[in-house]
Design a protein around this ligand. Structure first.
Ligand SMILES: [Zn+2]
Length: 240
C-alpha cells in the first residue's frame, strides 16, 4: 500500500470513528440541548438565530455606555446580546465560565468581532485587553473566558491581544464582603497596570463577558486612564 493510500485510509478511519463517537455521545446545543448537526458547533441554527442582539450603536448614548457615563473615561461600550435570567445567553456564559469550554468563548468572540465590523472601525483598534481574572481563580478555572473572547475578536480584527497589560490584585467573589470591596476600591485599585509604555497613544478594546453594574469595567478603565493619550473602547458579550 502506498503512503497516500495509507493516509487516506487513516483519514477515513478517523471520520468513521468520529461519527461513531457522535452516535454514542452526540454533541448537544447549549441553548436547547438538541443533538447538533455536523455543521453546527455549540448552538443549533435555530438557537443561534434567536439570540437577543442588543443592536446598539457604538456611541456614548447607548444604554451600556450610559451606565458607565460619568464614572470613568471611555469612548463607547458595546455589548452584543441582552442577558436574561434563564435565557440562552445566560446558558452560554455559564458554559463559557464553568464548563471548561474556552473554544466556546473564542467562537462567541468571533461573533462579537463580526458585530463590530462596520459599526466600530476595526482598524482603529490597536490592541485588545481582556479583563483579567485573579491568578488563583484563573488557575482553578483553567483559563480566563475574557481572554478567549478577546482571541476570537482578534481573529476578525487582526490585532494583538495583550493578556498581561492589567493585573488583578484582589480576588473578588460573590462571597466578598461589600464593605471590604468598597475599601479596596477606595484605597488601592483591584487592578494595576503592568506594561503601560506600549499602550501610550493607543486605542484599546477592553473586553469582558457581561456588563452588570459596570464596577469591574469602571475599575479597569480607571487604571488604564493613567496611560498617556490612551483611548478606551469596551466590548462585552452581553449586557444584563
Ligand atoms: Zn438549540
Amino acid at each position: 500500500m502506498c503512503c497516500s493510500t495509507r493516509n487516506s485510509q487513516a483519514t477515513i478511519n478517523y471520520f468513521m470513528f468520529n461519527d461513531f463517537v457522535n452516535i454514542l455521545f452526540p454533541k448537544t446545543c447549549i441553548g436547547c440541548s438538541r443533538a447538533l448537526f455536523k455543521q453546527e458547533t455549540f448552538l443549533c441554527l435555530h438557537c443561534k438565530s434567536e439570540l437577543p442582539e442588543a443592536q446598539y450603536k457604538a456611541n456614548t448614548e447607548n444604554p451600556a455606555s450610559q451606565l458607565l457615563a460619568g464614572r470613568t473615561y471611555f469612548n463607547t461600550c458595546l455589548p452584543l446580546y441582552y442577558y436574561y435570567r434563564g435565557g440562552k445567553v445566560q446558558k452560554i456564559v455559564k458554559e463559557m465560565k464553568y464548563g471548561n469550554q474556552p473554544e466556546l468563548a473564542q467562537a462567541m468572540g468571533k461573533m462579537m468581532g463580526r458585530n463590530m465590523v462596520g459599526k466600530f472601525e476595526p482598524d482603529q483598534i490597536h490592541a485588545i485587553i481582556p479583563v483579567p481574572l485573579h491568578p488563583k481563580r484563573e488557575k482553578a478555572r483553567g483559563y480566563n473566558q475574557s481572554y478567549f473572547l478577546s482571541k476570537g475578536i482578534a481573529e476578525i480584527m487582526e490585532v494583538p491581544v495583550l493578556k498581561d497589560a492589567i493585573k488583578r490584585n484582589v480576588n473578588t467573589s460573590s462571597q466578598t464582603n461589600k464593605s471590604r470591596l468598597k475599601r479596596w476600591n477606595n484605597v488601592s485599585s483591584i487592578f494595576s497596570l503592568q506594561n503601560s509604555e506600549c499602550l501610550t497613544g493607543k486605542h484599546i478594546l477592553l473586553v469582558d463577558d457581561v456588563i452588570t453594574t459596570g464596577s469591574t469595567l469602571e475599575s479597569c478603565c480607571t487604571v488604564l486612564n493613567d496611560v498617556e493619550d490612551i483611548t478606551i473602547s469596551i466590548a462585552t458579550l452581553a449586557t444584563a
